[in-house]
Ligand binder design. Structure first.
Ligand code: 23J
Ligand code: MN
Length: 258
């Protein structure tokens, strides 16, 4: 099968395969999840200049940055959640690299979310998608497309007195993807893999609870999912190799037929 990569290389060079950037720019203005005040909080992206062709470094420009493991477009490792805390290879530095290059299925919920900001992805909706596009292949990533990535500022978190309002899956949908389809991970355009109101679901935060409890992965704050086909794209999503990391900002991209 040596011709597989030779053909891919030739097709990349010929422009028959293109790359789609699924990442938001790391920017101090990009929102991070806001938890209830009694809990610790994720840090925004911050940057400080070390030198810029000046007395601090006459021929070089460089900066130091700080952020949370869950800042911006980021990867969730199983150890992020209590349900995954004792699993093997559950931190970003030990997740097998094969998880980072996989086919991805994109379930388009954008018209439903346009009508209902608390839209919940269900097993019925996934099965209707499968009737049209075929069963989700074992080992794939699954993305929930909502076009939420087009929101900015306060609309992105959409916080109200009773918490955040944003779409996500219910527990049955997540369990279907894990146990009936054996997916490797689930990604969203919102600030978490769970819906804004998911603290009130059973169990609380079902996507986090079930994905990570079954050694599966999450991607959040994805961008440009409207540029992906429902099937046929190849996802590339290696997180930073942070020792014992619960997650990591990363560049996420996909290969698609041009
Ligand atoms: C901690 C607690 C709740 C949630 C999250 C983090 C995330 O969404 C995250 O970034 O993993 S819902
Ligand atoms: Mn996260």
């Amino acid at each position: 099968m040596t011709e597989v990569l030779q053909n891919l290389g030739a097709d990349l060079l010929a422009g028959n395969v293109k790359t789609v950037d699924l990442t938001h720019t790391l920017d101090p203005d990009f929102p991070v999840i806001v938890l209830p005040v009694e809990f610790g909080q994720c840090a925004r992206f911050r940057v400080e200049e070390v030198s810029r062709y000046d007395e601090r470094g006459p021929a070089w420009y460089w900066r130091n940055f700080t952020c949370g493991e869950h800042t911006g477009t980021h990867f969730d490792a199983p150890i992020h959640w209590i349900s995954g805390k004792d699993l093997p290879d559950a931190t970003v530095d030990t997740v097998p690299t094969s998880a980072f290059v996989r086919p991805v299925c994109v379930i388009d919920c954008s018209s439903e979310v346009a009508k209902d900001e608390d839209y919940i992805l269900t097993v019925d909706f996934i099965q209707a998608w499968e009737k049209e596009h075929g069963d989700i292949p074992e080992g794939s990533w699954v993305f929930m497309r909502t076009d939420w990535s087009k929101k900015s500022g306060a609309d992105y978190l959409n916080l109200r007195e009773d918490g955040a309002h944003s779409p996500g899956p219910d527990a049955d949908a997540v369990n279907y993807l894990i146990h009936e389809r054996n997916i490797i991970g689930f990604g969203t355009e919102t600030v978490g893999t769970d819906a804004g109101q998911a603290a009130h679901f059973e169990p609380p935060y079902p996507a986090h609870y079930h994905l990570h409890g079954n050694n599966r992965y999450g991607l959040q704050c994805l961008n440009n999912l409207d540029q992906l086909p429902p099937t046929g794209a190849i996802l590339i999503c290696p997180p930073l190799k942070i020792k014992h990391g619960s997650g990591s900002p990363l560049r996420v991209m996909a290969l698609v037929n041009a």
